[in-house]
Design a protein. Structure first.
Length: 196
């Protein structure tokens, strides 16, 4: 039997020396070159993505221009919290129990300047069951009352802790008392208008 030979496919190539331009007749082989591709236009997917981003930005710009900014409604200010003062009658009762010389009957006398420190010193000296906070609240209530402020006239006597006259009310103090009384009246009116 005769063996049949399979046909061999042969490629006709140019000699290696011709393709490289060098004379190397004994070196068979293929010389490959790298191709440098210069892309002058971006790929299609990138172009599409940029168009979508531009469309999105344009839509946002139109939305911001079309919708006017909401007008901020003027909020009403929160109600003013006023200092809670004791009723003047309660302040008088508290102070009169320990210092009756500060009162003429049931009405308080005009106090000397620096009376708070004198009262604190007396509390410590006599070991009275009053705190500094209670004394401060009582003095604020007493000295801001309309009755006390109305008696602050120029030349009126001021009394110390033992009930002795130590000073008189000056013109500036009388003017301040008048202004303070007006402030207290306005505060009372505002307080009443807020509760209604």
């Amino acid at each position: 039997m005769a063996e049949e030979k399979r046909p061999v496919l042969s490629l006709k190539r140019k000699p290696a020396a011709d393709s490289t331009g060098q004379d190397s007749p004994g070196l068979p082989g293929v010389v490959r070159r790298r191709k440098v591709v210069v892309v002058s236009t971006p790929p299609a997917w990138k172009v599409k993505k940029e168009k979508l981003e531009q469309a999105k930005q344009a839509a946002e710009a139109v939305a911001h221009q079309a919708v006017p900014e909401p007008v901020k409604a003027a909020k009403a200010p929160p109600p003013v919290r006023y200092l809670r003062l004791l009723p003047p009658e309660q302040a008088i009762m508290t102070l009169k129990a320990f210092w009756p010389q500060l009162f003429d009957g049931h009405s308080p006398r005009l106090l000397a300047t620096g009376m708070r420190e004198q009262l604190f010193a007396d509390i410590v000296a006599r070991d009275l069951p009053l705190s500094h906070k209670q004394v401060i609240k009582c003095l604020k209530s007493l000295t801001r009352s309309a009755g006390y402020l109305s008696r602050m006239r120029e030349g009126a006597s001021r009394y110390d802790l033992q009930g002795n006259v130590v000073a008189t009310v000056t013109a500036e103090e009388a003017r301040y008392a008048g202004e303070r009384m007006m402030k207290e009246l306005l505060r009372a009116e505002r307080k009443m208008s807020q509760t209604v």
